[in-house]
Design a binder for this molecule. Structure first.
Ligand code: CU
Length: 123
């Protein structure tokens, strides 16, 4: 009987963890807006990245502005491996990061510990 209860609890726990990591984060795509011949889009950093995916136009200078509201040092850095960017984001501030839009593609980024992920799509 104890074994069955243990198994049930383990399954519930695994289900909860899976939901926490994969289910909760909404996956919405947002297009950048044009402003002075530049496209800009703001990503709120608060328990993850929102919106999770931003879409940029190819060959138009672009900035992704990270608005860090989260106090945890987990999200204090944003890393774009493809661009060699490892940028510190001061808390309660907006940090603009220039993105190279010369090549179409999907570029993933993550927090410094590779726990939270977001994506920039250039097309
Ligand atoms: Cu982290």
């Amino acid at each position: 009987m104890i074994k069955i209860i243990t198994v049930i609890i383990a399954v519930l726990l695994i289900g909860f963890i899976a939901w926490w990591f994969f289910g909760k984060r909404e996956q919405k795509e947002v297009d950048a807006t044009m402003n002075d011949n530049m496209q800009k889009v703001t990503v709120t950093v608060d328990g993850g990245y929102s919106p999770n995916t931003v879409v940029l136009k190819k060959d138009v200078p672009a900035e992704v502005i990270f608005d860090r509201k989260d106090p945890s040092n987990c999200l204090e850095k944003v890393v774009f491996e493809d661009f060699g960017i490892n940028q510190f984001l001061p808390e309660k501030q907006k940090t603009a990061i220039k993105i190279d839009t010369s090549k179409a593609g999907e570029y993933n980024y993550a927090c410094g510990m590779n726990m939270f992920h977001g994506k920039v799509i250039v097309k």
